[in-house]
Write a protein that binds this ligand. Structure first.
Ligand SMILES: [Zn+2]
Length: 803
């Protein structure tokens, strides 16, 4: 057996150090992957230029059982399943006294925001209190090192008895989410089985994996949250890896002063631990990786080392989301995809744990302070009035589905939502008893506000942003949130909402009308069509059910959450068919699968959707599909040269031609073609299916816009001026052969929130156009963006169902 650690390490200190034990058992596991696996797993990721023999998902459970079999400190649980149905393993490690009492510890944690003074008094009395730390493994499937470092950490904390190990266990309960993205590890891809980047899903919570992580965070309210990623290196340089805190802009809804007070030093402590151990790295891969661990002088800590470029602005990332639950949250990016990279991560986590051992009493006091500021509505570092007193969430009587989805979402995120016990008025408007209210004097006010506020235009604050810069749920999910100003004397008797009644209701004898008001309404129409009902669509976009009262109908309406009433079927309403929808699969060009959000939107609308790769379309054509949706990179209709895309893309110029011919033939034969976004629109030109020009407002611009919608079937259900969302904003020129159905609002205040510089050229320009001669619709807005844009999903169903 090869000895893993270099001889240069001091032998005396090694006797009590963890690696003394591990010197016998090398810092990796040989042969762990030799067992039969019951399913097909990838050995390496085409997205990585370097790969190593990481522990396969299918071996994790056995490996965990093996390394913890003699330990009385470990609890192994299966907490939820991934979107492809793989178990999610959670391992909680503590000293034996704490084991089996996690409920008690969680209750003590909840005291922090139910009664912070009591919590603080408890800590003063019990400075030996155990503090939860959560370590999240490999949320990006190709970043294998996170999970492998977790296995080594579990091994150590299960079995070792050195002073350091014992002290950390005395001070902490460590919650390991062993593999946050099982699908991604199995398939060796960044995404989960639905093609979603889970580390962008924390305001939307659209995926089962994200829901599992949100549940763990809200159960434990961990004081420290470490999210294990890769790979950030300085090829040929000496600063290896990256540890947050981030550069500006910081989201103003954080209590950032409290975070920074500890987080920068904790990052420096992680760096110090790595530096302290650097001579023990193997450097086996230096020739390829160009990372020489022995020559490391440190790691990159963005807030210390950079002025911009790695921001924590959108709380869509796991650690940023955890910060709203009081965590000191960090993204850790190991330098290399090999066992040294695993070791770097291990050392970083150890550095964090040692630091929180030393500082836990003061750190947890500041976590409590964050909750206290919320409860006392006392925000010393915010402009007065930044946080409103409350938000009123009035629900539409007939279609309350968007509001109720939001209320359930807020509750699942540990935000207290109340309902009015009596009718009340505010600002001259009456609200009935039962109206939802989010009172902002609560512990997690920052999270509530980041979900409900309008956002801000930060275009001039920073040259560019890493990801989205606006996510306002009311505007993008389509529910009303009335802001009650901080100074208002608003006072309503409320009680906390524990359960939301989502039942819909069928009223009258029929025929019935389903207004085109929400995702749920379209979903209901589609499920009725699929269940054999006659559903007709009127010119105004409403759905008419040509049926009398019927038990199946009643059941489907009840499930929809909508009140459906009787109404005459207009003469010119057109009967809808169960349509086959095909979407072009983007394998992940540029680390995004932009088609995945649109597919999610189409599925949420109730369509049956098939994914086809460009190669599949080139070779086999579109078959009997009725609707073809292009919502992805233009690069999909080019010969793919990069390894990561070769398997999805087109192999040669002949296939590019075939692809173009197959899609053209589909359109010429009456097929419906819909392009979404700047890339989809440009691709349509490349395919010879559009003469309109596509202008772009820059690849890193995004945000919420105001749109002037024409009255048409395609824009039915939207007001004449209403919301839109852009990511790589686009607009159309040379639209003579088209009907223009929507434009950016024709005034310079059309941009509401986000980051988009140099946008004057877009004012009043077309954003939804339909070809007058063929069934080709171009939508420049991001109608189906990562579950952020529920309110815009109906642009897709409108496009599918309009003549
Ligand atoms: Zn990552």
């Amino acid at each position: 057996m090869k000895k893993k650690f270099a001889a240069g390490v001091l032998s005396v200190s090694m006797l009590s150090a963890p690696f003394a034990v591990m010197a016998e058992a090398p810092f990796q596991w040989h042969n762990v992957n030799v067992y039969e696996t019951s399913y097909d797993e990838k050995d390496e990721s085409l997205f990585n230029s370097e790969n190593y023999n990481f522990v396969k998902y299918s071996q994790l459970e056995a490996k965990l059982k093996e390394i913890t079999k003699d330990s009385n400190r470990v609890t192994i649980e299966k907490r939820g399943v991934s979107s492809d149905g793989f178990d999610m393993l959670v391992v909680t490690v503590s000293d034996p006294q704490a084991k089996g009492k996690f409920g008690k510890y969680q209750a003590i944690r909840k005291q922090m925001f139910n009664n912070p003074d009591k919590a603080q008094a408890f800590i003063d009395k019990h400075p030996d209190l155990k503090i939860p730390v959560m370590v999240n493994g490999s949320i990006h499937g190709t970043e294998f090192a996170g999970t492998d470092s977790i296995l080594h950490l579990i091994d150590r904390f299960s079995n070792d008895n050195d002073e350091e190990t014992k002290q950390i266990l005395k001070d902490h309960i460590i919650v390991f989410n062993v593999v946050a993205n099982p699908d991604g590890r199995v398939d060796a891809t960044r995404f989960n089985g639905n093609g979603i980047d889970l580390n962008r899903d924390f305001i939307t919570r659209s995926q089962p994996e994200t829901r599992q992580m949100v549940d763990l965070i809200t159960e434990w309210n961990p004081m420290v949250f470490l999210d294990l990623h890769g790979y950030v290196k300085q090829s040929g340089g000496t600063r290896q890896g990256l540890i947050e805190p981030c550069t500006p802009p910081h989201n103003p809804n954080y209590q950032h002063d409290l975070y920074l007070k500890w987080a920068t030093n904790q990052a420096v402590a992680m760096e110090a631990e790595i530096m302290d151990k650097k001579d023990t790295y193997e450097n086996t891969n230096t020739a390829v990786s160009r990372v020489d661990y022995h020559k490391m002088t440190g790691t990159r800590i963005p807030i210390r080392d950079n002025s911009s470029g790695w921001d924590d602005y959108p709380p869509i990332f796991t650690p940023m989301y955890a910060m709203y639950h009081g965590s000191y949250g960090f993204t850790l990016e190991t330098p290399t995809n090999d066992w040294d990279g695993v070791k770097w991560m291990y050392d970083a986590v150890m550095g964090a744990l040692k630091y929180s051992s030393e500082n836990k009493v003061d750190m947890v006091k500041d976590q409590i302070e964050m909750f206290k500021r919320g409860i006392n509505f006392d925000h010393p570092y915010h402009k007065e009035g930044f946080f409103p007193k409350a938000y009123i969430l009035p629900a539409d009587e007939k279609d309350p589905t968007a509001t109720k989805k939001a209320v359930e979402h807020l509750i699942a995120n540990d935000i207290v939502v109340s309902e009015a016990q009596k009718d009340f008025s505010f600002d001259g408007k009456k609200y009935p008893k039962g109206t939802f209210v989010v009172e902002m004097d609560q512990a997690k006010a920052g999270l509530a506000n980041t979900m409900l506020w309008d956002g801000e235009d930060i275009s001039n604050d920073i040259p560019n942003m890493y990801d989205i810069s606006a996510w306002n749920l009311p505007e993008l999910w389509g529910f009303e949130a009335v802001e009650v100003p901080a100074k208002s004397d608003f006072s309503v008797h409320t009680s906390q909402v524990k359960h939301v009644n989502n039942d819909g209701k069928l009223v009258g004898k029929g025929p019935y009308v389903v207004p085109n008001t929400s995702v749920k309404a379209v979903q209901l129409a589609n499920s009725l069509i699929q269940n054999g009902f006659t559903v007709k669509r009127a010119d105004n976009g409403d759905f008419h059910i040509d049926s009398g009262m019927n038990p199946t109908l009643k059941k489907l309406v009840m499930d929809s959450g909508i009140t459906v009433e009787s109404g005459a079927v207009p003469k010119d309403a057109v009967q809808l068919q169960d349509l086959k929808v095909t979407i072009l699969r983007d394998g992940g060009l540029g680390k995004v699968q932009s088609h995945a959000g649109t597919r999610l939107a189409l599925e949420r609308l109730g369509f049956n959707v098939t994914e086809k790769t460009p190669r599949d379309v080139a070779v086999n054509g579109l078959g009997d599909t009725d609707v073809f949706v292009y919502s992805g990179s233009t690069g999909m209709i080019a010969v793919q040269t990069s390894a990561s895309n070769r398997e999805f893309g087109l192999e040669n110029q002949a296939q590019v031609t075939q692809f173009r011919e197959k899609v053209q033939a589909f359109v010429n034969n009456g097929g419906k073609y819909i392009a979404v976004g700047q890339q989809g629109s440009s691709a349509t030109r490349t395919l010879g299916l559009a003469t309109a020009g596509v202008s772009s407002g820059g690849s890193d611009s995004n945000g919420i816009v105001l749109v002037d919608y024409e009255t048409s079937q395609l824009t039915a259900g939207y007001d004449s001026t209403d919301y839109g969302f852009v990511y790589r904003p686009a607009w159309y020129t040379n639209t003579g052969d088209y009907t223009v159905l929507a434009r950016y609002k024709n005034s310079d205040d059309f941009f509401l929130a986000g980051h988009w510089r140099d946008r004057t050229g877009a004012i009043g320009q077309p954003v939804i156009i339909k070809d007058n001669n063929k069934d080709v619709t171009l939508i420049a807005l991001e109608a189906g963006f990562r579950d952020h844009t529920d309110y815009l999903f109906r642009l897709l169903s409108n496009a599918i169902y309009s003549e």
